[in-house]
Design a protein around this ligand. Structure first.
Ligand code: NAD
Length: 364
């Protein structure tokens, strides 16, 4: 019999477009042992494996299972064109027909740069939480100038998330890399082209990372926490690859490019401040961020998370000079970026001054 009680209110859903970026994702401990089989599925006979110098031993061990391979261990930050060209000539000389990137965002950037130029199939094996493996975005530098492009050509065909490869990521790097991932999800919640599916992933991503990161800092080898962080990083990476990012990503790009600040650390310092700046203009999104953090105020919650994790709190400690603030504001104001709150020079100046000195975030 139909209930005679009061009907519950149902919230409407605004029209949206949802586009998913195709990738085959393998998740779980030990899955990297399936690399050879995955290369075979893609029809690759000889893999070109890229990594940083630090991770060469890991890459050699992982790649030793593959029938044939060449290892290039010179991946470096910001994907400089010179390194890509050296890798490209070695790849051609070795007659490779598939790409494997084992490492963080820097390594995955090199894999993408090679895929762009060769159209070869790619397998990414991420070992940080940066999320690049899930995006069709590539940032490259040439003579100090950074350019960013979007192309389906750079999206890896297969991503293997093997928790075992993340255990060695030092707690300090894990914590900033995790907040870098949270930043993708936060900006996805207020993106102009966001949609209910991406928002679900964003909230779940923030929630998983927020619970996992303090455990990782306390017990870096705890597999369950590492798995939760990697799951959150995957979801946040999907957010980054699916919808437009706002002021936070713009400002971090300018800060990194202008003062050579470290990528993940810059994201960690800036996120609470940008959230405070945008708060009143994106209340529904900020409520979802707060829910995921289990904190009443999103900006204060993120600042507290940075404190708990022992993350840097100021741009000054990352090596930026105070005089740089005006230059950043000028560059950010040049192209009005999509952002819930319009970009206002005076408010950006005060926000950056707070972030520079490490003060708590406040709506300017
Ligand atoms: P990273 O790749 O530069 O790695 C930092 C350091 O950690 C390196 O020395 C690396 O060898 C080491 N490392 C990585 N994993 C490790 C592990 N498991 N154990 C021990 N050491 C390990 O840092 P990142 O933050 O992952 O990537 C930053 C770069 O990625 C930036 O250039 C950024 O622009 C780019 N990025 C691009 C996208 C995109 O969508 N295009 C997204 C996020 C980041």
């Amino acid at each position: 019999m139909a209930s005679r009680g009061k009907a519950l209110a149902v919230a409407g859903i605004s029209p949206f477009a949802y586009v998913s970026n195709p990738a085959r994702v393998l998740f779980g401990s030990g899955r990297v042992r399936e690399l050879a089989a995955e290369l075979e599925r893609l029809g690759c006979r000889r893999a070109f494996v890229v990594c940083t110098a630090d991770q060469e031993a890991l890459a050699l061990r992982v790649a030793s299972d593959c029938a044939a391979q060449a290892v290039f261990a010179e991946a470096t930050m910001h994907t400089p064109l010179g390194v890509t060209e050296t890798a490209l000539s070695q790849l051609r000389a070795a007659g490779c027909d598939g790409l494997v990137a084992i490492g963080g965002g820097s390594t995955i950037g090199l894999g993408k740069a090679l895929a762009l130029r060769t159209d070869l199939p790619q397998i990414a094996v991420p070992t940080t939480y940066a999320g690049s493996e899930m995006t069709p975005i590539l940032g490259e530098t040439n003579e100090g100038r950074k350019t960013t492009l979007r192309s389906p050509k750079v999206l890896p065909e297969v991503v293997i998330y093997d928790v075992d490869l993340t255990i060695s990521l030092p707690p300090r790097l894990s914590a900033v890399s995790g907040v870098n991932a949270i930043a993708h999800a936060v900006e996805a919640l207020y993106a102009p082209d966001t949609n209910p599916i991406v928002s679900l992933m964003a909230e779940e991503g923030i929630s998983a990372l927020t619970r996992a990161l303090p455990r990782i800092v306390a017990v870096p080898s705890e597999v369950a926490a590492r798995e939760a962080a990697q799951y959150g990083a995957w979801l946040s990476g999907v957010c980054l690859g699916s919808v437009a990012m706002g002021l936070h990503h713009k400002i971090c790009h300018v800060l990194g490019g202008s003062f050579d600040l470290r990528h993940a650390e810059t994201h960690a310092v800036m996120l609470p401040h940008v959230v405070a700046y945008n708060n009143a203009a994106a209340l529904a999104a900020m409520q979802r961020v707060g829910n995921a953090l289990r904190q009443p105020d999103a900006a204060a919650g993120l600042f507290a998370l940075n404190r708990t994790l022992g993350n840097p709190l100021s741009l000054a400690e990352l090596g930026m000079h105070h005089e740089g603030i005006a230059r950043v504001v000028e560059q950010v104001m040049k192209d009005q970026y999509s952002n819930p709150r319009p970009l206002e020079a005076a408010a950006l100046q005060s926000m950056l001054a707070r972030a520079w000195s490490g003060e708590a975030p406040r709506a300017e």
